[in-house]
Design a protein around this ligand. Sequence first.
Ligand code: GLU
Length: 509
Amino acid sequence: MRVRFAPSPTGQLHVGNARTALFNWLLARGSGGVFILRIEDTNAERSTRESEVAIERDLRWLGLDWDEGPDIGGPRGPYRQSERLHLYQSYATELLNTDAAYYCFCSAADLEAAREAAVASGRPARYGGACRRLSREQAQARIAAGERPAIRFRVPAVGDVVFTDVVRGDVRFPIDVIGDPIIVRADGHPAYNFAVVVDDALMEVTHVVRGEDHISNTPRQVLLYEALGFSPPMFAHLALVMGPDHGPLSKRHGATSVAEFRSKGYLPESLVNYLALIGWSPRGPGRSRSVEDDAELWPIDELAKRFALDDVSHSAGVFDEEKLAWVNRHYLKIADPTRIAELSVPHFGAAGVRMAPDGRGLAFLAGALPMATSSVDRIDQIPTRLAFLFDADTTHALLDPGVRSEMNDEGARAVVVALAEELTTAPRLDRQGFRAVANQVKARTGRKGKALFHPIRVALTGRREGPELDLAVPAIDAGADLPGEAGIPKILGCRERAALFARALEQPW
Ligand code: GLU
C-alpha cells in the first residue's frame, strides 16, 4: 500500500486536513505501507515556502512522519509539484499527440462572457468547446504567431463515469455534465486535476484518501487516468470535519489550525487521538466491543493497528473542542511531568513569569505539576494554577475584599502570628514538617479545620483558594531552596511569606 498526503502550502495546516494526513498515516503504518508527503504548490501566487515548512513542522509535531517527501526525497520524486512541471508537460504532449487534448486560445474574458451567456439561457456553465474543433495546423499557426494557449482535455462524448469509493460505495457521474477541463494553463502550470493524476500514477499511489470536497473532481481524474493509460487507484473520500453547528469547521468556530491548538496548550497525542475518532469508529459491524474500546484513548501506534478504512463513516464528523479538552486532560495526567514542565515554560513566559529552567528547575516544576494537571484542560492554564508559587505579594492579597473580611477576625490574625512565629525556627517544610507546624499553631490558637487552614492558606499563598496545602506548602519551600542557576524566578519560602503577612497585618490596611 502506498498512500499520500498532498497539501497545498497556502496557509496553516487545518485540523480537517490533519485528519486526512492522519488517516493516510494510520493506513500506511497499520499495513506496513508507505506514506508519501507531496507538496501541491502549483498555484504560484498562493503557495509559500513558509506554509510548506509550517505544515511539515505540524505533521512532525503530531507524530506523522513520512517515508518519501520533499525534504527527504525518495524513489518517485521530486515531491514538490513545482519541480515536476516537465513531467506534466510531457504527459500533456502525449495527450495532444493522441488528440485526447487540444490547445485552447480562449481568453479569460471570452470564457467569462460564454459562461454568463450560458447561465442566462439556463444552459450548464461548462466550457462551450470553442477551440475543440481547431485543427492542429490552425493551433500551430496561432502559437507561431505568439499566442500562448492553455491545454484542455477532450472529455469522451458518451457514457457515465463510475468509480468505487471505499467510504461511499459506487459513485456514478453522467459524463455530459463534465466540460473539457484545462489540464495545463497558458502559463505552463498544470491544473490540479491533471497534476494529481500524473503524480498519483507516477508515485504508484494505491489508495487516494482525501476530503470529500474532492469527490466532484474524481470523475475528471478517472477519465484522465484512462486517457493516460494508467489504472486508477482506490479512492476513499472522507466526510468533512464540521463545527458544532454542522457547518464546515472554520474560523468562526474558533481555532482551526494545528498550530493554534498547539499554542493553546493541547498535546499532540490528544489532537491525534481525538481527530482519529472523528468519522472513524473502531467498532464496525462484526467487531466485538470491549471495555478498552469504551475508553477510546490509545497511543498512535495502537490506533494504527486498529485503523481500517471500512470503519470510516460517510457522515460528517463534528469537531467539538470540549471533547478534545477531555482527551487532553487524560493525556496531561498520564504524561511525563518533566515533558509537561518543559512545554509549560513558554506559557509561563506568556503569563509574565519568565524562566529558563535547567534540569533542577525542570524537576522542581515537574514536582509541582500534579497540583495543576489534576484540574486543567490545557497547558496554557497551568501558569495560573501555579501562580501562587511566584507571587507572594501580601500587600496585594490584602486588597482582596474576601481576604480583608477573613482577616478582620482576630482569631484568624492570631493564626497568622502563631504561624509566623513557629516558622522562624522551623526548617523548610515538607509535608510532615507542615503538618507538625499546623499542629503547633492549632495548639497555640485553639482553632482547627477551616478556621485554622484558611488563614494559613491566605498567609502562605496570598489567595483564598488553590491546591491542597499539603502539596502547595512543600512546593513553595522546595522552590525557595533552588539556586539561581536553576533558572526559576525567585520563590519566597513559607517562613518569609508568613513573616511578611504578619507584618502587613500590623500596619494599617
Ligand atoms: N492539494 C489538494 C488539497 O490540498 C490535494 C487533494 C488530493 O488529495 O487529491 O486539497
